[in-house]
Design a protein around this ligand. Structure first.
Ligand SMILES: Nc1ncnc2c1ncn2[C@@H]1O[C@H](COP(=O)(O)OP(=O)(O)OP(=O)(O)O)[C@@H](O)[C@H]1O
Ligand SMILES: [Mg+2]
Length: 272
């Protein structure tokens, strides 16, 4: 079977067929940076579909490192060593038959500070589908860009300025533009690394409301240093400390009844 077709069968919209399947399973993951730093140590975690999972923990505990393992961005670092298994929709991300660009397309990435390309609002969203050949005509592309901007709750604010620079929007609008861009490759999973840390409270509230809507369609992992935010928007939380996953579970449980002292201290703001 053609690899691409095979890939689509395994990965394309798989989570719509079975709501309860895990989007991601990480097993016994270990990572050493080239300087020998053992940044992830025996990490096991499961990420459910149609839920928001929050990664929390003190600075340097490995949250971003783990996120960058999922879409295999870390693989590009010369001298890095990664051991263990990561499955996306039941299939190893290290399967040699999987093309890395097609794997990365399954993940939408939203960074800490809004970072639109220095291009128009339209081109920011049209770029991904163009390079991945996801639309067959200009008309289809235009309709798809509109869909992505609507899904990011941004369309009404930008529909009359689609051809103005994306960098000319407000911070909160730029971050929603980046979310529209993340959606434009038709991902299964959204990876968000502190997406609200550069936003004011109103812009943060809009992004949080958007995450609440997006979780119906995507598995979402959000890294946040804001405990209230984790409690507000996530259904599951994983607490990391010094490269280890210390505790993971239902968000309310983890915040109300943390099982470990480290987690209790962290979520109560006594540490970190
Ligand atoms: N490219 C890299 N090369 C070497 N070491 C790195 C690299 N990136 C991160 N590290 C180290 O790996 C450890 C985990 O870093 P990571 O960025 O994953 O932490 P984090 O939990 O995301 O922290 P923060 O909350 O500050 O963003 C830290 O000790 C960090 O210094
Ligand atoms: Mg980080």
């Amino acid at each position: 079977m053609n690899v691409l077709v095979d890939y689509q069968l395994h990965f394309g919209d798989a989570h719509h067929d079975s709501e309860h399947q895990n989007a991601i399973v990480v097993r016994d993951l270990n990572l050493w940076y080239p300087d020998g730093n053992h940044a992830l140590q025996d990490v096991n975690v499961e990420i459910s579909n149609q839920e928001v999972t929050a990664f929390i923990g003190p600075s340097g505990c490995g949250k971003s490192t783990l996120l960058r393992c999922l879409n295999r961005i870390n693989d590009a670092i010369p001298g890095i060593r990664i051991e263990g298994e990561i499955e996306l929709m039941g299939r190893s991300i290290y399967d040699p038959e999987i093309e890395i660009n097609k794997l990365r397309r399954r993940f939408g990435w939203v960074a800490q500070s809004p970072n639109p390309f220095p291009k128009s609002v339209y081109e920011n969203v049209a770029y991904g589908p163009k390079i991945h050949g996801l639309c067959n005509s200009k008309w289809e592309l235009e309709a798809f860009v509109e869909d992505c901007l609507k899904a990011a709750n941004l369309w009404d604010e930008v529909k009359d300025r689609l051809h103005e620079p994306g960098t000319g929007l407000s911070g909160g609008q730029m971050q929603r533009l980046c979310i529209a861009r993340a959606l434009s490759t038709k991902p299964d999973i959204l990876l968000m690394d502190e997406p609200c840390s550069a936003l004011d409270p109103l812009a943060t509230a809009k992004v949080e409301a958007l995450i609440e809507e997006l979780k119906r369609k995507y598995a979402i992992i959000i890294i946040t240093h804001n405990m209230q935010q984790a409690a507000r928007i996530s259904q599951r939380t994983a607490f990391f400390h010094l490269g280890k996953l210390v505790e993971a579970g239902d968000t309310e449980d983890l915040f109300m009844n943390p099982k470990t002292e480290k987690c209790r201290d962290y979520v109560s703001g006594r540490y970190g």
